[in-house]
Write a protein of this length. Structure first.
Length: 215
């Protein structure tokens, strides 16, 4: 089985471990602790593939046996930017693989009437414009929050952005790619669509509530 399935600039992870854990997350009987642990684990597994295109450089080292030329990561450093609050649940899993990454935060909430994103917080590393940014949010539903977050990043002269989520809806992918066609999307599942309240079906409910409890 392939690690990822690419559709245009959308990468869908079909690794058995990821699919197994996503199904456990979807189950309404999964409690908060287990849900949080699963998000952390899936984020770590996804980080492995999201960082596949990092550049390498040759370095000279000496093993206990002899000198050799090995490979180490070169090029830009990484920044992880979760969209608050649900995106926080994906940070630790990513940091397990890339502990040197810096972390920023973008705070958005969805207006219940217009469904449009409203910014209430934005704090990014000082050198974020020199880094490859991985934008994190468990759900890509309407795509409004993702588009707004990418807008904020591009306003700060950031041109290397990847969007990583657990579950995406076709509507969100279409919206994000229409606004920012150069931003690749990585997800663990592509679901059927949105209901009248803009929740993903079958989805997993409100990711923020399941991670941290109801507001």
């Amino acid at each position: 089985m392939n690690e990822t399935k690419e559709i245009g600039d959308v990468f869908i992870f079909d690794h058995p471990l990821i699919q197994h854990k996503i199904t456990m997350m979807r189950d309404k009987n999964t409690n908060t602790k287990d849900f949080r642990d699963l998000v952390n684990e899936v984020a770590m597994l996804m980080a492995y593939e999201v960082t596949r295109d990092l550049c390498l450089k040759d370095v000279e080292i000496e093993t206990p046996m002899e000198k050799m030329t090995g490979k180490m990561i070169a090029g830009k450093d990484l920044a992880l930017v979760p969209i608050l609050r649900a995106g926080l649940g994906m940070v630790d899993g990513m940091l397990n693989l890339v502990p040197s990454a810096k972390v920023g935060h973008i705070g958005l909430y969805r207006d219940p009437e217009t469904l449009e994103p409203v910014e209430y917080y934005c704090k990014l590393p000082d050198d974020v414009a020199t880094r490859d940014v991985i934008l994190l949010d468990p759900m890509l539903a309407t795509g409004n929050s993702a588009v707004a977050a990418v807008d904020f990043l591009k306003q700060r002269d950031i041109d290397s952005i990847k969007f990583v989520c657990l579950i995406a809806a076709p509507e969100g992918i279409k919206h994000l790619h229409a606004a920012h066609p150069c931003v690749p999307i990585y997800c663990a599942a592509l679901d059927s669509g949105l209901n009248e309240h803009a929740y993903i079906l079958p989805g997993l409910g409100d990711a923020g509530d399941r991670l941290f409890g109801p507001k």
